[in-house]
Design a protein around this ligand. Structure first.
Ligand SMILES: [Fe+2]
Length: 139
């Protein structure tokens, strides 16, 4: 049997409440320097590169806030890679300079990456990173 791996992680879809829908869209536009590809009152697609969308945000009236307790299972965070430490720092400075600044909740040198962590208006955690070993082949 031939085994195949995907070429990329294509996108993530975030479900939010009606109350947070607009704030979530603006946060993700700012965070990723993204553009809206398509938007309706319940679903918005955002892109920042060649993919038709990387993040989608969906809201329905019956969506409720997720539990804040960290012991719940599920996705812990999404990570986005920048090409250089300079690019990561420039985006950090841009987000900090916004009228409503977006600031990291944690910065860390993991070893393989230098990372800044953020939280969106729903509390989802996002890692913005530079991969120090970019281009090394998979073992
Ligand atoms: Fe991570």
């Amino acid at each position: 049997m031939v085994r195949q791996s995907p070429t990329a992680l294509a996108h993530a879809v975030l479900r939010t409440t009606s109350a947070n829908y607009a704030a979530m869209i603006q946060f993700w536009i700012d965070l990723l320097n993204a553009d809206i590809v398509h938007a309706t009152p319940v679903l918005t697609f955002l892109r920042y590169d060649e993919e038709h969308h990387r993040i989608a945000i969906v809201q329905t009236p019956d969506t409720v806030d997720k539990p804040k307790e960290p012991q719940y299972s599920g996705l812990d965070h999404l990570a986005f890679t920048y090409p250089t430490l300079t690019a990561l720092a420039q985006q950090y400075a841009h987000l900090k300079s916004l009228p409503q600044p977006i600031l990291p909740i944690w910065s860390v040198n993991h070893g393989p990456t230098t990372s800044l962590y953020y939280r969106d208006p729903d509390g989802n955690k996002i890692e913005m990173q530079v991969d120090k070993f970019r281009g090394k082949s998979r073992c």
